[in-house]
Design a protein around this ligand. Sequence first.
Ligand code: SF4
Ligand code: SF4
Length: 433
Amino acid sequence: MADQNCLGKFPLADAPGYEEMLQCMRCGFCLPTCPTYALTNRERSSPRGRVALAKAVADDQLTFSKALKQEAYFCLDCRACSTACPSGVHAGLVMEACRNQSQAAMPLVGAAGKFRAFILQRMLPSPDLLETSMLPARLYQKLGIQWLVRHSHLLKLAPGWMEKAEGMMPELHPPLRPQLPDVVPAVGEQRGRVAFFLGCVMTLMYPEVSRQTVRVLSHQGFEVVTPKEQKCCGAPHLSEGDRETTRNLARHNLDLFMALDVDAIVTDCAGCGAALKEYEELLEASGNHAQLEAFRAKIKDINEFLAEQGLRTDGLQPVNKRVTYHEPCHLCHAQNVSRQPRELIKAIPGIEFIELNEASWCCGSAATFSLKHTTESQQILDRKLANIVTTDAELLVTANPGCHLQLAWGLKKAGLPQRVVHVTELLGMATRS
Ligand code: SF4
Ligand code: SF4
């Protein structure tokens, strides 16, 4: 008799959606959109192949194998296949669920397991600990040790991921979270009141970008409230197969933000926005559907929000730059926000906008993929860089810190001149003080 607590070989809790897997009619429309299939030409590394693997486990025809675990982590979760699929199959989400299952079936043990648990369950959920942990890296830069390391051959002796991680590190500044005022008033006639969700990578790596986001919102007529008690959105945990910690973080953020009297909850991080919008599904079992629906309706990516509200262009000063736009996967594929950033960029006077070929093709960042699969990540990035070169743009605009890190590093390493900026930095350049 079948075990009621299992879906085939998957424990029922957090098993991938069986109905979804059944929807796959094996048409292959997703194949040309999948970066890992394009690299390998291997069926099991395609959306269709990944769904078939997971379904075989759910049908009790296959044990939870190493192959499935590898595919779960080799998937970029870029969701390009979701956009292409006529049946509404989300292979990326199926693989995300398989990552969680793989931790149950084949957990990391020993020091590696303890390190993983510390990062996911202690460090990321604690903003104070996370911010303190960046102090050595800031000192490393400030004291000139980075300069010495980069000008020696030391990094050549380190594993490839370490050299890349070091190379990707932007110039670090004190974290933004403690510095942002609790409330920033609207400039001019007030149009509304919003809460700002400040992602971990934004506060630690790109504080100036989020400072511009708040400034732009304020100059666009919105009072901005930033609750300091907010925590990580849980995206890194979803990506690493720890749904339970994501749920804990989701409950905290949900209660915190829903207690505020705001029209919208705005974020400038595409990865955070996608994760926050998925709280509804993640906390479905709580039965609190009305609250979850209300929260979901309030979450807005900054591009989505400003385009919906209408950009106030009176008073914007010209930005005489030739720019192109790379679409973050978690904005265009996961949130269906594609038209809005282009509209905002084009609304800035003086901008010459050049459409990027394959703008919505992943850049190869994909959370920790860029460090776990450095060779494949570089191959995906090379395709992106080749497209950027043909635009002859001065600025490469994007809207997600993971893409920002990967693209800035790739451009610098390739000796290309483009500077990477967030959409709100561009709007910030156009906004008079
Ligand atoms: S995942 Fe969607 S697009 Fe891909 S083969 Fe299945 S039904 Fe077709
Ligand atoms: S999410 Fe991206 S990498 Fe994963 S199967 Fe879909 S297209 Fe391929």
